[in-house]
Ligand binder design. Structure first.
Ligand code: NIG
Ligand code: FE
Length: 417
């Protein structure tokens, strides 16, 4: 007797399962272990994966209410974007143009642009407006094969506006299929009204914002822009330590422009991830490895800023550190929802292989957002988040760039594209 289930996807030229006997992100050479099943099929019941195997084997075991024929194309787990800023109002195309004419990100910020200009626009927008403007961005993520994202606040920078942003993130998660993991980023910038009074803003974050965020259950993670002239090491340690002691998991924007020692701080505090790392030191890489901090690299940002100093991905991988890739989607430094585009940049500019890039946007990205047990691979009991790509092999995801290759996207067992 065949077991009755909801869905079978069959006839995948490559079913990229990313299965593994050991839990945890894949490091070093293991990033090439994609556990591919040729002529593969995946069996889904309700919102969960229940089996994977050869198409014939799956057909012999299960009777599905619905079957999707992948037609000799590639099937992967849904991509996971471990670092995004998807809620904002306005745009910064003017700054894009200013940078092309030679201004730097820091100069634009010092002149009142940058994050501060988005903060102005977000403070003016209502919750309803922010939901409305952000929705099409989320559709864009999904249409490029992403099924889960980390979503940060950080453009409000008052108690009310930060809570407003986090409520928008929560509500967006309820009205469309992309899954959003909320991250509180009140320490994204020193707001203009606290210029010269940074300590008072730090107090506002710890004494009012973090307790309110926890009380209203609006975030899982606390993040910080740890950077020269923004939140330096001491302030970052204070805020993150406070957040951690009050039950939030922590991550950092670390060593993006200046080698401040953000990676070392991430290791010291037991952060889940340290992100950016363009200027990370060798000591920082070693400290992160020792504590299992995941390096989340954001090469789309380096690319958009027109810089050459990409994070040392090869060094990080070859040293055996866990690592993931993300878009850093935001209006200033990387206005891109497409992880396949980021994978292309990671391969061509940081010399990652296509297999490493896929591992870094599936199972390793799942661990970087605290979802390693439930997302990122096709294993019995994991959530059925899947993508059928219009390509014969996974290598085409970074190779065939600039067009959308995702043919069908399944989220929690339901086809959403
Ligand atoms: O991750 N570096 C700081 N934060 C964002 C940029 C945000 C912005 O410019 O609006 C980042 O790159
Ligand atoms: Fe960021």
């Amino acid at each position: 007797m065949k077991r009755r289930i909801n869905l079978i996807i069959k006839n995948a030229s490559e079913l990229i399962t990313m299965r593994s006997a050991k839990a945890g992100p894949r490091c070093g050479h293991d990033m090439h272990e994609l556990e591919i099943i040729a002529d593969g099929a995946v069996a889904v019941d309700k919102d969960k994966i229940i089996d994977v195997g050869r198409s014939k084997t799956i057909a012999a075991k299960y009777q599905a209410a619905k079957t999707i024929d992948a037609g000799g194309k590639t099937v992967t787990p849904g991509l996971i974007d471990a670092h995004t800023h998807p809620v904002f109002a306005g745009d910064r195309s003017n700054e894009f143009e200013m940078r092309l004419k030679g201004a730097t990100y820091q100069e634009i910020s010092a002149a009142g642009g940058g994050i501060k200009s988005t903060v102005k626009a977000v403070r003016k927008a209502s919750e309803k407006e922010l939901v409305h403007i952000s929705l099409p961005r989320l559709e864009s993520f999904i249409s490029c094969g992403t099924t889960t994202i980390d979503a940060k606040s950080g453009y409000g920078l008052t108690l009310d506006d930060e809570l407003k942003m986090l409520r928008v993130i929560r509500d967006l998660g309820k009205i469309q299929p992309l899954e959003l993991i909320p991250t509180f980023l009140g320490a994204h910038e020193i707001p203009p009204e606290y210029q010269g009074r940074k300590n008072e803003y730090v107090k506002l974050i710890t004494e009012q914002m973090i307790p309110a965020v926890i009380n209203d259950k609006l975030a899982e993670f606390c993040d910080i822009f740890c950077e020269k002239g923004v939140f330096e090491i001491e302030e970052s340690r204070y805020i993150l330590d406070f957040a951690r002691k009050h039950g939030l998991k922590i991550k950092l924007h670390a060593d993006e422009f200046a080698p401040l020692g953000g990676a070392e701080l991430a290791a010291e505090l037991g952060a889940i991830s340290a992100d950016h790392l363009m200027a990370v030191s060798d000591k920082g890489i070693r400290a992160m490895k020792e504590k299992g901090v995941i390096a989340v690299l954001l090469p789309g940002t380096t690319f958009t800023l027109g810089l050459k100093n990409y994070a040392p991905a090869r060094k990080i991988i070859d040293n055996g550190n866990p690592m993931a890739l993300a878009t850093d989607f935001n209006p200033g430094t990387c206005f891109c929802e497409s992880l396949p585009a980021i994978m292309n940049i990671a391969c061509t500019q940081m010399k990652m292989t296509p297999a490493e890039a896929l591992t870094a946007t599936t199972i390793n990205a799942a661990w970087a957002i605290g979802r390693g047990e439930s997302l990122g691979s096709m294993e019995r009991g994991k959530q059925a988040d899947l993508v059928i790509w219009n390509i014969p092999s996974y290598k085409h995801i970074p190779y065939h760039f600039g067009v959308n290759l995702a043919m069908a996207v399944i989220k929690r067992g339901k086809r959403v594209i």
